[in-house]
Design a protein around this ligand. Structure first.
Ligand SMILES: Nc1ncnc2c1ncn2[C@@H]1O[C@H](COP(=O)(O)OP(=O)(O)OP(=O)(O)O)[C@@H](O)[C@H]1O
Ligand SMILES: [Mg+2]
Length: 225
């Protein structure tokens, strides 16, 4: 019987380290993600979760090691642009245009992507149907988060990089987030999610980054001084 090679992971971090201002933030990270996979980044404040996502988003480069997409370094010429076109990015900086309506905020990105037809459905799915024509500046925190998720759905890219996506969402919003991640994965999409809050994701791998800033004083010591 001929031996078949295991499939190449879609994403592979090979001994990746990251130094910021002379300090090692991430050390020797090895992790692989296949189509339909999910990776949860956990760890305390300052442990490097956002740094990890920013490297995957190509906003910064690893100081050592390499990030491979289909076996190719994401930062190499010829690969960089193709890889970037695969990414759906969501972070605390929401890049929402305040004076534009909810619909315009989603449609803009969908059209930029050369796509059309998903924006309204995505907004409705995220529970913002009644606010379709409202200006974004009037949205609440959780509604802004839902708008970001609608944008992610309308743009419809295969690799989602989500930084604290559930912050400010109510319980129904978190269920919706879990639902869209599950559906995305069923279609072969990947979700990489930094979070402090529990988000249900079946068979997700968890990468727990270690504490970088141990607490030195107790509250009692502080109050005594
Ligand atoms: N561009 C930069 N220059 C200098 N230091 C940086 C830079 N980016 C990140 N850091 C440092 O790297 C460390 C990790 O930051 P990061 O934002 O990745 O943590 P995090 O795990 O996402 O934390 P949180 O849970 O608070 O979101 C922090 O100490 C931060 O100050
Ligand atoms: Mg962070």
């Amino acid at each position: 019987m001929p031996l078949t090679k295991p499939p190449l992971p879609r994403l592979l971090l090979n001994n990746v380290s990251c130094i910021r201002k002379g300090q090692i933030v991430l050390r020797n990270i090895n992790v692989s993600v296949h189509d339909g996979g999910a990776l949860v980044l956990a760890g305390p404040n300052g442990s490097g979760k956002t740094t990890f996502l920013r490297m995957l988003a190509t906003f910064s480069r690893p100081s050592a090691g390499e990030i491979l997409w289909n076996g190719h370094n994401i930062n190499s010429p010829g690969v960089f642009d193709q890889y970037k076109a695969e990414l759906g990015w969501m972070s605390l900086k929401d890049a929402i245009k305040e004076k534009a309506t909810v619909l315009e905020n989603v449609l803009f990105w969908e059209l930029l992507e050369g796509k059309y037809g998903k924006s309204k459905k995505a907004i409705e799915l995220m529970g913002l149907g009644q606010l379709m024509n409202s200006k974004a500046k009037f949205l609440s925190m959780g509604q802004r988060k839902r708008l970001q998720l609608a944008r992610l759905l309308a743009v419809d890219r295969p690799i989602w990089l989500l930084d604290e996506p559930s912050v400010a969402l109510d319980a129904e919003g978190v269920r919706l987030l879990e639902y869209i991640i599950a559906e995305h994965r069923k279609r072969g999409g990947i979700a990489i999610v930094a979070t402090h809050l529990p988000i249900e994701m079946e068979d997700a791998m968890t990468l727990r980054l270690p504490t970088r800033f141990p607490r030195r004083n107790s509250l009692y010591e502080l109050m005594e001084k």
